[in-house]
Ligand binder design. Sequence first.
Ligand code: C2E
Ligand code: MG
Ligand code: MG
Ligand code: MG
Length: 275
Amino acid sequence: RAKVEGRGTFRIFDPAMDAHVQARRALEFDLRNAQTLGQFEVYYQPQISLSTRKVTGFEALLRWRHPTRGMVSPAEFIPLAEEIGLIVPIGDWVLRKACQEAAGWPNALSVAVNVSSVQFLRGSLVPSVVSALSNSGLPAERLEIEITESVLLQKTDKNIDTLNQLRALGVRISMDDFGTGYSSLSYLRMFQFDKIKIDRSFVEDVTSSRDCSAIVSAILGLGSSFGIPTIAEGVETEEQLSHLSGEGCTEVQGRFFSMPIDAQEVRRIIERIGV
Ligand code: C2E
Ligand code: MG
Ligand code: MG
Ligand code: MG
């Protein structure tokens, strides 16, 4: 609907659209200030080996503690942060913070950090990783970078080059959300991943849907024939756990063991289980 306003000003008027644009602008404004205001926090979710039943490390998950909206999920603001390029400084901060925190954990524990394709395209990821490691003193072997297929979708050669440079430092690379992409299988040929993460959507229905169970078996089979360890994310029930365990999955992560928790809680858990 077009509406003529006053002195010949003319604009497309759609109240719904207007509200949407307003909300987005407000979120963008707050997001631009969030880092300076110290509203970000890193939470950690334990990853458990199915052969030893021990915690092997934690995945770092970004949290935004908004003064009026409460905890805003990364699923809500990461796409926006990517769009406006803000994911580069935010991502650098997460890397630094997670490496610092992990450097205080026992040597057997690693930290997995999610990295956006925009950090590959627009950031200087290798120098960022190098400085996060040297400032924290965390050995490269204890850092894992989680990427999604979008990293291999564009500027593939350049990004594989970056992955190789990270690998040369000793950092491990895992393929997140495996199976949800357009050509997940072909990515396994492009780069030698250190770990495959089975997407939560398959884990969710693994005990109730024949299709999901078949997909999970196929992914686990691929992992074992490629010699790549596999981790299932979003494990919530005992049934899912025993299914995955029986099918030869290497590691698990999910609410069945623990929700993502703050750094202090991680330190408490470490003391309690005495890793
Ligand atoms: P992801 O990397 O696939 O992370 C797994 C998501 O599943 C996390 O959501 C986690 O909290 C959630 N989760 C864990 N266990 C369970 C469970 O048992 N059941 C269910 N239903 N969910 C579970 P979260 O923390 O909201 O993060 C969402 C996504 O945001 C992440 O998906 C990741 O892609 C992205 N993200 C998080 N932190 C960062 C970051 O620092 N940088 C970038 N670039 N992306 C991040
Ligand atoms: Mg992840
Ligand atoms: Mg994932
Ligand atoms: Mg996921």
